[in-house]
Design a protein around this ligand. Structure first.
Ligand code: ATP
Ligand code: MG
Length: 182
């Protein structure tokens, strides 16, 4: 590869997806964020369907310059296929905010956490996500997380990892734990 071609490739942002039923998608994205922030990159994680900023990652982000987490959801669960009016309104806000983030040069990496689930639950039309991706600034790295990534998104991605559940402590009755689940 010529030096010029290599440089061009390095500048091209990547579209990365973490999906699958096992535990580790959001935390993988957070790991990527930490790595990027360590290099002085500016990272936004926009969380769909989440609305509780007492999670450890929200507290950690407040300690890390260059890393911001914005939540666009209620603290309660969304009913699959039957979202409430407020869930829909917040998802619409999240898409608008994602569009700003993906088109501006304010960020080097934008993580759309649980966006796959937001599509699956009928909160966000797939077409809106595809439009967002079309509009993104070329140099920006974009990460999508959540179970059930749609094939159309997988097709567009440069990297897709599926977290396979082998076992989870939840199955033997261990409840969600501070520092592990939240
Ligand atoms: P994490 O945030 O720990 O990386 P995740 O993003 O892969 O998990 P989600 O599908 O977003 O997982 O689910 C959110 C919550 O459900 C997390 O608290 C996680 O621990 C829990 N969870 C994830 N996978 C499983 C599973 N296979 N069985 C039971 N609970 C799970
Ligand atoms: Mg998650």
């Amino acid at each position: 590869m010529s030096g010029e071609a290599k440089q061009k490739q390095e500048k091209q942002g990547l579209l990365m997806i973490y999906t699958g039923n096992g535990k580790g998608k959001t935390t993988a994205a957070l790991g990527l964020a930490m790595r990027a922030v360590g290099h002085g990159r500016r990272v936004l994680m926009l969380q769909f369907m989440k609305g509780d900023d007492s999670y450890g990652e929200c507290k950690a982000a407040r300690m890390l310059p260059g890393f911001e987490i914005v939540q666009k959801g209620l603290p309660t669960f969304v009913e699959r296929g039957n979202p409430g009016a407020e869930d829909l309104r917040l998802a619409g806000e999240a898409i608008a905010e994602a569009r700003d983030a993906l088109t501006s040069d304010k960020w080097d990496m934008v993580i759309l956490d649980e966006i796959n689930v937001a599509v699956d639950y009928g909160l966000v039309p797939l077409a809106a996500v595809l439009e967002l991706l079309d509009a993104r600034r070329p140099g920006l790295d974009v990460v999508l997380t959540g179970r059930g990534a749609r094939p159309e998104l997988v097709k567009r991605a440069d990297m897709v990892s599926e977290v396979l559940e082998i076992k989870h402590h939840y199955q033997k009755g261990v409840p969600a734990r501070e520092g592990i689940e939240y």
